[in-house]
Design a protein around this ligand. Structure first.
Ligand code: TGC
Ligand code: FAD
Length: 392
C-alpha cells in the first residue's frame, strides 16, 4: 500500500513495531478490499454487513485486547491501530467490533466467573455469538445511575423488567449484557446480567430512520419479566463503576477509531483538491485550500500522537485513568467531526454525494460524538479531574 502525503509527514509508521504494522496493514487491506466496495450501499440501505463477521473474527478483532479464551491478546497500540483502520471504512464497522469486544466480552471477562468466561468468550471471539451492551434507557442517557430497569429475585432466578434504548447490535445479538438495579433506590445495586436470545420476555426491536451510523444495527431491548438464571449474573462487581470500566476500554478504541474516519475524509479531499479545477488551476493550488489542508493535517497528526502516547502508557500501566481516556475520546472525536465538516466544504456540491465518503463519515461522527459519553460529559469529567469539583 502506498504511503499518503499525511503518512510521510507524520512518519507515524516508523514509531510502530513490526507486529503492529502487520496488524494495521492486514486490517487496512481487509477494509479497502472487502468493506469500501460496499460501504455506500450499506449506509444507503441501512444494512450492517453481517457477512463479514467471520473475517473480522479470523483477524482476531473480536475481543482483541483480551488475553486467553481464544482471543488475540493484542497490545493497546495494535488494538487502536486495528480500530482506526476499521473506522477508515465506516464508524459502523468499528462500532460493531467495539461493542462485541470492549463492551460485551469485556464485561464477561472483567466481571464474570471462570465458567461464564469459558461458556461465552471463545464463541464470541469466533463470531459465533454476537453481543450487545444495554446501559442507556429512554430516560437515562448521560446519567445512567438514574436507570429504571430492575431485577427482582425469584427463587434462584432474577426477573428483569425495563427497557434499554439505542443499543448497537441488539437486533441480532445472541447475548445482551443488561445493567439493572436490584434496589430501585440504590445505584450501588447496579448489576450486570447475561441475557440470552430465546429467554422469554426478551425482545429487541430495530430503530429505523437514523441519519447517522446507518450501516450499524441499532435497537431497543425490551425486558418484560425476563427470567435470567443465577449462573448468568455478573457478580464480580456491582455499582455504576462496573459498566463504566467497560466504557473506558471502548472509549479508548473510539479515540483511535475517530482518527481513521478523519483520515478517510482527508485522503478523499486531498485527492479531490488536486483534481478539481476552478479559476484555471486545481483548487489545491489556492492558498485558502492549502491552509485548510495544513490545519487538518496538523490536527490529525496531533491526535495520532495523543493516541500513541496514551496507548504506550496503557501498555505499561495496563490501564489508563478514566480522565485520560475522556481526554482522548473528547479531543479526537471533536477533531474528526471538524475535519469531516471542513472536508465536506472543500468538496463543494460533490461533498453531499454518497459517492464520496466524506458526508457519510460526517454524519456517523455525530453519533460517535454522542455515544460513550457526549463531548460535554467528557468536558465535565476533565473539569472534575482538574478542579476536584463535580459539575455534572
Ligand atoms: P460517579 O459517582 O462519578 O461514579 C460512580 C462510580 O463509578 C466510578 N467511575 C468510573 N469507573 C471506571 N471508569 C470510569 N470512567 C468511571 N467514572 C466513574 C466512580 O469511581 C464511582 O465508583 P464507586 O466505587 O466510588 O462507586 O457517577 P455519576 O453518576 O456522577 O456519573 C459520572 C458520569 C456522568 C461521568 C458517568 O455517568 C458517565 O460516564 N456518563 C456517560 C454515560 C455513557 O457514556 N453511556 C454510554 C452507554 S454505552 C454506549 O454508548 C455504547 S456505543 C457503542 C458503539 O456503538 O460503539
Ligand atoms: P442526554 O443525556 O439526554 O443528553 C442530551 C444533551 O444534554 C447532550 O448534548 C448532553 O451532552 C447534554 N447534557 C446532559 N447532561 C449534561 C450535563 N450534566 N451538563 C451539560 N450538558 C449535559 N447506549 C448503550 O447503552 N449501548 C449501546 O450500544 C449504545 N449504542 C448507541 C448507538 C448510537 C447510534 C447512539 C446514537 C447511541 C448509542 N447509545 C448506546 C446511547 C448513548 O450512549 C447515549 O445516547 C449517550 O450516552 C447520551 O445520552 P442521551 O442520548 O440520552 O442524551
Amino acid at each position: 500500500m502506498t504511503a499518503t502525503a499525511l503518512d510521510t509527514l507524520s512518519a507515524f509508521s516508523s514509531t510502530l513495531t513490526d507486529d503492529e504494522r502487520l496488524i494495521r496493514d492486514s486490517v487496512r487491506r481487509f477494509v479497502r478490499e472487502r468493506y469500501l466496495p460496499i460501504a455506500a450501499e450499506c449506509f444507503d440501505t441501512e444494512r450492517f454487513a453481517r457477512e463479514l463477521i467471520p473475517e473480522l473474527a479470523a483477524m482476531g478483532l473480536l475481543g482483541a485486547h483480551i488475553e486467553g479464551y481464544d482471543c488475540a491478546g493484542m497490545g493497546a497500540v495494535a488494538y487502536g491501530l486495528a480500530l482506526q483502520e476499521l473506522e477508515f471504512g465506516d464508524s459502523a464497522l468499528r462500532s460493531f467490533v467495539s461493542v462485541q469486544g470492549a463492551l460485551a466480552m469485556h464485561a464477561i471477562w472483567a466481571f464474570g466467573d471462570d465458567e461464564q468466561r469459558e461458556r461465552f468468550l471463545p464463541k464470541m471471539a469466533a463470531g459465533e455469538l454476537i453481543g450487545c451492551f444495554g446501559l442507556t434507557e429512554p430516560d437515562s442517557g448521560s446519567d445512567p445511575s438514574s436507570m429504571r430497569t430492575h431485577a427482582a429475585r425469584d427463587g434462584s432466578d432474577y426477573l428483569l423488567t425495563g427497557s434499554k434504548m439505542w443499543i448497537t447490535n441488539a437486533p441480532f445479538a445472541d447475548v445482551a449484557i443488561v445493567w439493572a438495579k436490584l434496589d430501585a433506590t440504590d445505584s450501588q445495586s447496579i448489576t450486570g446480567f447475561i441475557v440470552e436470545r430465546g429467554m422469554p420476555g426478551f425482545e429487541t426491536p430495530t430503530v429505523h430512520g437514523k441519519l447517522s451510523l446507518r450501516a450499524s444495527s441499532t435497537g431497543e431491548i425490551v425486558l418484560d419479566g425476563c427470567r435470567v438464571p443465577e449462573r448468568n449474573v455478573l457478580l464480580g462487581k456491582t455499582g455504576l463503576g462496573a459498566p463504566l470500566r467497560c466504557l473506558d476500554q471502548a472509549r479508548f478504541g473510539i479515540a483511535w477509531g475517530a482518527v481513521g474516519a478523519a483520515k478517510a475524509c482527508f485522503d478523499a479531499t486531498i485527492r479531490y483538491a488536486g483534481e478539481r479545477k476552478q479559476f484555471g488551476v486545481p483548487i489545491a493550488q489556492k492558498q485558502l485550500v492549502q491552509a485548510e489542508l495544513a490545519d487538518m493535517a496538523t490536527e490529525i497528526v496531533k491526535a495520532d500522537a495523543l493516541n500513541l502516547h496514551f496507548g504506550r502508557l496503557k501498555e505499561r500501566a495496563s490501564k489508563l485513568l478514566p480522565e485520560q481516556v475522556a481526554l482522548c475520546k473528547r479531543n479526537n472525536v471533536a477533531m474528526a467531526l471538524d475535519v469531516a465538516r471542513r472536508c465536506r466544504n472543500l468538496l463543494g456540491a460533490n461533498g453531499i454525494l454518497l459517492e464520496y465518503p466524506v458526508m457519510r463519515h460526517m454524519l456517523n461522527l455525530e453519533s460517535v460524538s454522542t455515544y460513550e459519553g457526549t463531548h460535554q460529559i467528557h468536558t465535565l469529567v476533565l473539569g472534575k479531574a482538574l478542579t476536584g469539583l463535580p459539575a455534572f
